[in-house]
Write a protein that binds this ligand. Structure first.
Ligand code: PMP
Ligand code: GLN
Length: 375
């Protein structure tokens, strides 16, 4: 018997594979194709010869935990205890899975805002919980009436992804205030904040749950070094949560992974001394602007992109096909891969939207745009 009878292969694998088969430019799955920082490569080569190849402590390499605490203090002015409130995970994916499986049991309801990242729902289902999918507004802002109505006595958690994949939307201060007002009435509800794109925001600074004092005691925040340091294949992320929640998650983590690979932890720990996180948004802003300017005369309509490295476009002037079929046609007929947005909705809402990843070299973006502007 399957625990996930309706779950198929992730759209990211499907589209990347199709892109490879047809030799298409892959703007689908979210990963950079530009070179990794030479300084990270150099220190990695040196570290390989050092004595760093055995298990680290279960919750993470102590020096890395300390540096994450320092980073959190610098960026968010939040003091976290490195020993008790941070845990290194095998990517944010595992952090999210662990957080959900630690706190969700049979029949517990978890509110997920659609379009939603594809790992949330299966993680809830495996835990025996009930995903409650609530659509965002048409402009992808949260609809607090719908959120409030969805909360019941069984609601145990709400998952909030900000900056938002796939839409690039960022919450503003009044969104947080509205959520705080609602959750005051529901003290049993935990927040799982997926902030893997915390360093990629353009219009206004990203507001993190780290700074929300009213909710912080019941919030678990997931971050990803894969996203922040452009090394998605390293699969290293971390969770930050108050000690009483972290203690429970550590119990699960030690039997799911025990400790995350030592090499990446050592390399990232050293790299954090030299990397400048302020450069990340600037670099992606240039790429977003380049991609937008290249597509401005195309028949695709560009949606606002406030953060993340994803550009959503509407193709209703080009085709009336559903977005999954159109994304496939884009690969096979035009040589560019994108992600259809309908797959992130419970009811497959099809608004003729595609997501392009612009974490690519300028050459790749220019080549892709040449193809896209011809359509
Ligand atoms: N959450 C979101 C919103 C993502 O886009 C991704 C993909 N990076 C993840 C979580 C998973 O991150 P990781 O690759 O660190 O597992
Ligand atoms: N987060 C990446 C994206 O949104 C995909 C990660 C994955 O393939 N699981 O494209």
């Amino acid at each position: 018997m399957s625990k996930l009878p309706n779950i198929t292969t992730s759209i990211f694998s499907v589209m990347s594979q199709l892109a490879n088969q047809h030799n298409a430019i892959n703007l689908s799955q979210g990963f950079p194709n530009f070179p990794v920082d030479e300084r990270l490569l150099q220190l990695s080569v040196r570290l390989q010869r050092e004595n760093i190849h055995q298990y680290t402590p279960m919750a993470g390499l102590p020096s890395l935990l300390e540096k994450i605490a320092a980073l959190t203090l610098k960026k968010y002015l939040r003091n976290v205890n490195a020993a008790t409130e941070i845990m290194i995970t095998a990517g944010a994916t595992q952090g999210i899975y662990t957080a959900i499986n630690t706190f969700i049991g049979n029949g517990d309801e978890v509110i997920i805002l659609d379009p939603s990242y594809d790992s949330y729902e299966p993680s809830v289902l495996v835990a025996g919980g009930k995903p409650v999918r609530v659509s965002l507004n048409e402009d992808y802002s949260p609809d607090f009436n719908r959120i409030e109505t969805a909360i019941t006595s069984k609601t145990k958690m709400i998952v909030i992804n900000n900056p938002h994949n796939p839409t690039g939307k960022i919450w503003n201060a009044s969104d947080f205030e509205a959520l705080e007002t609602i959750l005051e009435k529901h003290p049993q509800v935990l927040i799982l904040a997926d902030e893997v794109y915390e360093y990629i925001s353009f219009l206004h600074p990203h507001i993190s749950f780290h700074t929300r004092k009213k909710l912080i005691n019941r919030t678990i925040i997931a971050s990803s070094f894969g996203k922040s340091l452009h090394v998605t294949g390293w699969k290293v992320g971390y969770l930050i949560a108050p000690e009483h929640l972290m203690n429970e998650m550590k119990k699960e983590h030690q039997f799911l992974v025990f400790s995350v690979n030592s090499f990446s932890q050592h390399a990232i720990s050293e790299y954090l001394d030299i990397v400048n996180f302020d450069e990340i948004s600037k670099m992606y802003l240039k790429k977003r602007d380049l991609f937008q300017s290249l597509l401005k005369d195309s028949r695709f309509e560009l949606m606002p992109c406030e953060g993340t490295y994803f550009q959503v476009v509407n193709y209703k002037n080009i085709s009336q096909k559903n977005d999954v079929d159109f994304a496939k046609e884009l690969i096979t007929e035009h040589g560019v891969a994108a992600i259809p947005i309908s797959v992130f909705y419970n009811d497959a809402t099809d608004r003729k939207m595609l997501r392009f990843c612009f974490a690519k070299t300028d050459e790749t973006l220019i080549e892709a745009a040449k193809k896209l502007t011809k359509i």
